[in-house]
Design a protein around this ligand. Structure first.
Ligand code: ZN
Length: 386
């Protein structure tokens, strides 16, 4: 890869700067010669009143902004390879999109700065490496650089590696915070639209976890019909089976749940009632497991992580059982006591026993001392497997 070190002033770079509010992107600069956010780049994420402000304050204090890399795509045509967040921050400031505090703690837009500070910003020189290489070289390199501040996450890297019409269309649908559906999707998907988390979920679902393969196969598709249809099917299914929306539903493996359970019929009213009972049950300590517990026919109680008996309760029940057992000359494990083998009168130590729900939790048994019995580990395991 060929690289040439150049210097440009802020004024050069901001010449013809365009920021698109709708797409959340800085588009062009350098008098039209520079594409600031090529398709494989992430959206602008510095507009948080901190990172963008820090860029401008660095310039005002004369601190270096770090190296910026351009990818030379044709004679006099460049794309920003690394530095788009900084450049977009500068462009947005110079074009009056946000203010920074001056030394008197007053918010100042660019146009309100004294002329010498405006000049200082515009004349600041930026160090730029212009790189020339094949697409695969550029992308390989892009994959390995650690971009100052916020490293690319996995989906952002995949978008870079598989850039093309498919990624462009997919981002317009799933990485677009202006999409009216995002609010509804956020009940099921955790993370941030701008950082590609929704796109990552959609791709994960449709590809059953083989995101890279899927993106590679569909890279040059001119539509995202399958991706969109599958995603909509999963969301529609989840929202029709579960009419209640709970915080714990956000970020579940909905794609896997859909694959595993969508052929089953559910009665949403019954599901809703069961869901509310389980949410209200103090013994259910893993609320995130409730959805799959219900989908699976309310049998796998491991998903719910039912509260276990406390040490003090176990100790109390152990003492009671052991006193009675010694009086009767039988084992302190009631199931051993019923048998005729060598353990019939064996007194187990507390550490050799486990607490058992006399009436199983799934049949309405509670996790308080009145429903606790101590069994030897063998019998407890045997009972648990039934
Ligand atoms: Zn036993």
């Amino acid at each position: 890869m060929l690289t040439t070190l150049k210097t440009y002033t802020v004024q050069d770079i901001c010449n013809g700067f365009v920021y698109n509010e709708l797409e959340g992107k800085g588009l062009f600069g350098l008098g039209g010669k520079l594409t600031i956010q090529p398709e494989y780049q992430r959206n602008y994420i510095y507009a948080d009143g901190k990172k963008d402000v820090a860029v401008i304050q660095s310039i005002l204090k004369g601190y270096p902004l770090g190296l910026i890399y351009f990818n030379k795509v044709a004679d006099d045509k460049f794309e920003v390879l690394d530095g788009q967040q900084r450049i977009t921050s500068i462009g947005r400031y110079v074009t009056g999109k946000f203010a920074v505090k001056d030394q008197n703690d007053l918010e100042q837009y660019f146009s309100g700065l004294p002329q010498e500070l405006q000049d200082k910003i515009l004349n600041t020189e930026l160090l730029i490496y212009e790189c020339q290489g094949s697409e695969s070289e550029i992308k390989e390199w892009f994959k390995t650089i650690n971009i100052a501040g916020v490293p690319l996450n996995n989906q952002e890297l995949l978008n870079a590696v598989y850039s093309g019409p498919f990624v462009t269309l997919a981002k317009a649908e799933f990485s677009n915070s202006q999409n009216a559906n995002v609010q509804m999707w956020s009940a099921y998907i955790s993370g941030n639209v701008n950082r590609q988390d929704y796109l990552a979920a959609a791709l994960d679902w449709v590809s059953h976890g083989h995101v890279g393969d899927y993106m590679s196969q569909h890279r040059y598709d001119d539509n995202i019909n399958e991706l969109k249809t599958y995603f909509t099917s999963v969301i529609d299914w989840a929202s029709s089976v579960f009419i209640d929306v709970k915080n714990e539903m956000c970020g579940l493996e909905w794609g896997r749940l859909y694959e595993q359970y969508h052929q089953n019929a559910y009665n949403p009213a019954e599901v809703s009632q069961k869901l509310r009972e389980l949410y209200a049950d103090p013994y259910v300590t893993n609320k995130r497991g409730i959805v799959e517990y219900i989908l699976g026919g309310c049998s796998d109680t491991k998903l719910l992580n039912i509260r276990i008996f406390g040490e003090a309760d176990k100790q109390t029940v152990y003492e009671q059982q052991t006193i009675t057992a010694r009086e009767q000359g039988v084992s302190n494990c009631p199931l051993c006591a019923m048998g005729n083998d060598a353990n019939h009168d064996r007194i187990w130590k507390l550490s050799e026993m486990d607490a058992d729900h006399v009436t199983a939790w799934s049949r309405g048994g509670s996790t308080d001392i009145s429903n606790c019995q101590m069994l030897c580990k063998t019998h407890n395991r045997a009972k648990g497997n039934k």
